[in-house]
Design a protein around this ligand. Structure first.
Ligand code: CUA
Length: 317
């Protein structure tokens, strides 16, 4: 049901966002109507020459009414605004908290395209296939400038920033094809980044689609090849000559830094350690690692992180 010309509604978030939108619109319309009705009513009733009771002492009457009027027009809108705030804040928090077990898909934005990579290594450009009814979490970064991923039918939008990972999650509720936009002006062909689609498929159909793709090496496999090709294994390997942190079991663990603080070895930390290795030095190690900024792309960083993650999984077993 759409009272206003909204885009189709195809995610679990969409009806919730619409409900808030309708509630705020309805409140605004109700207040506007009340103001105009009062305006017209008083204008007609108290027009010059109309025999209605009028206070002799205007100043006195105003003094008596003032407190009540001031309180009413302060407290009622305040209450309405706080309701809208609490409602919207709840949606905002839910929108920003991917459910546990959401299917992770890596996203690299670059001038001027979207690159998606599924966990099994299948890659897509400007088109994203997802199963219906399953939470999907897009882990996104940009290779150049700020982009913003926007799927109107899902009512979700999130900026994609260089040098940082942002999340965008959704659960699609209707199979179909939905427009995918870049909603941040990012250069000459910004408009071309609006030509993508999210394709929502039935889960079984999605499995078939995923299996039908040319067997690409998985992200972790590509990461392993890169790890050797870039020479990472020369220092971070088991019997390396250089004193460098051992990466086995590192992912997700707290890391003491040389400045005395502690961070967690998450995607953000690993990403920065590869591209800006001198930003956070692990305690007890010399800042000798070369930076790989400009040498490898954000998609390569995703692959390396996927590979580093497998160390922890292997170690836990
Ligand atoms: Cu990317 Cu606009």
């Amino acid at each position: 049901m759409t009272l206003l010309p909204l885009p189709p509604s195809a995610s679990t978030m969409a009806p919730r966002v619409d409900a808030l939108f309708y509630a705020i619109t309805a409140t605004t319309v109700a207040v506007a109507i009340a103001v105009f009705v009062a305006l017209i009513y008083f204008g007609v009733r108290y027009r010059a020459g109309n025999p209605v009771p009028r206070h002799e002492d205007i100043a006195e009457a105003q003094r008596r009414a003032r407190i009540r009027v001031e309180l009413a027009w302060t407290l009622i809108p305040l209450f309405l605004f706080l309701c809208a705030f609490a409602w919207a804040a709840r949606l905002y928090v839910d929108r920003g908290t991917p459910p546990a077990g959401a299917m992770a898909i890596d996203v690299v934005a670059k001038q001027w395209m979207w690159e998606f990579q599924h966990a099994d290594g299948r890659r897509e450009i400007n088109e994203l296939h997802v199963p219906r009814g399953q939470p999907v979490n897009l882990v996104m970064t940009s290779q150049d400038v700020i982009h913003s991923l926007f799927v109107p039918a899902f009512r979700v939008k999130q900026d994609v920033l260089p040098g940082r990972y942002t999340d965008l999650w959704f659960t699609a509720t209707e199979a179909g094809r939905y427009h995918l936009f870049c909603a941040e002006y990012c250069g000459t062909d910004h408009a071309g980044m609006g030509s993508g689609d999210v394709v929502v498929m039935e889960p079984a159909e999605f499995e078939r689609w995923l299996a039908s793709g040319a067997r690409a090496p998985s992200a972790a496999m590509r990461g392993e090849a890169l790890f050797r090709a870039l020479g990472c294994s020369g220092c971070h390997g088991a019997n390396a000559a250089v004193h460098a942190p051992n990466l086995a079991g590192l992912y997700g663990k707290p890391v003491p830094l040389s400045d005395g603080s502690t961070t967690v070895a998450d995607e953000r930390y690993l990403h920065d350690s590869i591209l800006q290795p001198h930003k956070e030095i692990a305690a007890g190690y010399a800042p000798i690692m070369p930076s790989f900024a400009g040498r490898i792309g954000e998609d390569d960083v995703f692959d390396l992180i996927a590979y580093i993650r497998t160390f922890s999984a292997a170690k836990k077993k």
